[in-house]
Design a protein around this ligand. Structure first.
Ligand SMILES: C[S@@+](CC[C@H](N)C(=O)[O-])C[C@H]1O[C@@H](n2cnc3c(N)ncnc32)[C@H](O)[C@@H]1O
Length: 252
C-alpha cells in the first residue's frame, strides 16, 4: 500500500491541533469572563491557526486553502440548519464515485478519445496483446481499444462502485474485455504485455516498484500524465489534445 493514509492522517492531525489550540485558549478566557464563546470569531481563528500550521509544515497550497476554510465553512453550514442526514447521503454518493480519492488520493477523471487513439497506435504492433488498465474508470480507454483490436485481450480493474457499474454496462458485449471489480494493488501484473495507469502523482513510485517486481522483461508500463519519479521514461508521447496529455512509457 502507498503511504497515502499517513498523509491524510497528518492533515487531520493538523486541523485537530489548530482546533485544540484555539479552543484551549478561548474556552477558559470566555469561561472566566462568564461570556458565551463567539463561534463565528472562534471559527475564523481556527481557520487562521490551521493556515499558520499548514504553512509552517509546508503543506501544498490546496491543503492550506482547505485548512483555512474548513472550520469557518463547517460553522456556516451548521447555521443553515440542513438535516445532517443529507451530508451523510452526499458523503456516500461521493464515495460511490470517488472511492479512489479517499483510499489512495486517486480521483476519477477520464482519458479522452485522442489519448485512446494514441494508445492504439503505440500498441498496434504487439501481437495478441494482453492489456491491463489499472483503475479503469468507466472504460474510456478499454472500450475503444477492445473494439479496434479483436485479436487482443483487455482487462480493467476498478474499485469505485459507480464507475465500476458504469464500465460494466459499457463493456457488456465486448468478448475480449474482462471488466473486474478489484484493487489495483492486489492485481498481479505478470500476465500482461502492456499495463496502463492514469492515476495521480501519489502512487507512482510504489506502482513502479510493483511493476518492476511483477511485469515480465520487455513488457511496457505506460502512465498517463504522471511520470515515475527519478526514472527516465524510454519514450514520452505528446498527445495532440487540448490538455497536452503526455504518455510516459517505461520498458521493463
Ligand atoms: C484518473 S481515473 C482513470 C480512469 C481510466 N483509466 C481512464 O484513463 O479513463 C483513476 C481511476 O482509478 C480508480 N482507482 C483508484 N484507486 C484504485 C484502486 N486502489 N484500485 C482500483 N481502482 C482504483 C479510481 O476510482 C478512478 O476510476
Amino acid at each position: 500500500m502507498p503511504p497515502v493514509f499517513g498523509s491524510q492522517l497528518r492533515q487531520l492531525a493538523l486541523q485537530l491541533a489548530a482546533t485544540l489550540a484555539v479552543l484551549s485558549l478561548a474556552w477558559p478566557y470566555y469561561g472566566l469572563r462568564n461570556e458565551p464563546l463567539p463561534w463565528p470569531q472562534t471559527a475564523l481563528a481556527i481557520g487562521a491557526t490551521a493556515l499558520l500550521f499548514a504553512t509552517l509544515t509546508r503543506q501544498a497550497w490546496w491543503w492550506r486553502l482547505i485548512h483555512t476554510l474548513f472550520v469557518p465553512l463547517a460553522w456556516s453550514a451548521s447555521m443553515i440548519g440542513i438535516d445532517p442526514g443529507w451530508y451523510l447521503l452526499l458523503f456516500f454518493v461521493l464515495l460511490l464515485v470517488y472511492r479512489g480519492a479517499l483510499g489512495g488520493q486517486i480521483p476519477l477523471f477520464l482519458s479522452n478519445a485522442t489519448t485512446a487513439a494514441a494508445l492504439a497506435t503505440l500498441t498496434r504492433e504487439i501481437p495478441e496483446m494482453r492489456f491491463l488498465d489499472l483503475g479503469a474508470g468507466v472504460g474510456s480507454v478499454l472500450g475503444p481499444l477492445a473494439r479496434q483490436r479483436p485479436d487482443a485481450h483487455f482487462t480493467g480493474v476498478e474499485n469505485a462502485p459507480a464507475a465500476w457499474a458504469c464500465g460494466r454496462l459499457r463493456m457488456a458485449g465486448l468478448a475480449n474485455c474482462d471488466w473486474r471489480w478489484g484493487d489495483l494493488w492486489r492485481t498481479e501484473l505478470s500476465a500482461y504485455d502492456v499495463v496502463y495507469a492514469f492515476l495521480s502523482p501519489v502512487p507512482m513510485a510504489a506502482l513502479w516498484e510493483k511493476a518492476q517486481r511483477e511485469m515480465r522483461p520487455g513488457t511496457l508500463f505506460i502512465s498517463n500524465s504522471f511520470a515515475v519519479p527519478d526514472v527516465a521514461a524510454e519514450q514520452v508521447i505528446e498527445v495532440d489534445d487540448a490538455c497536452h496529455t503526455q504518455l510516459f512509457c517505461y520498458r521493463l
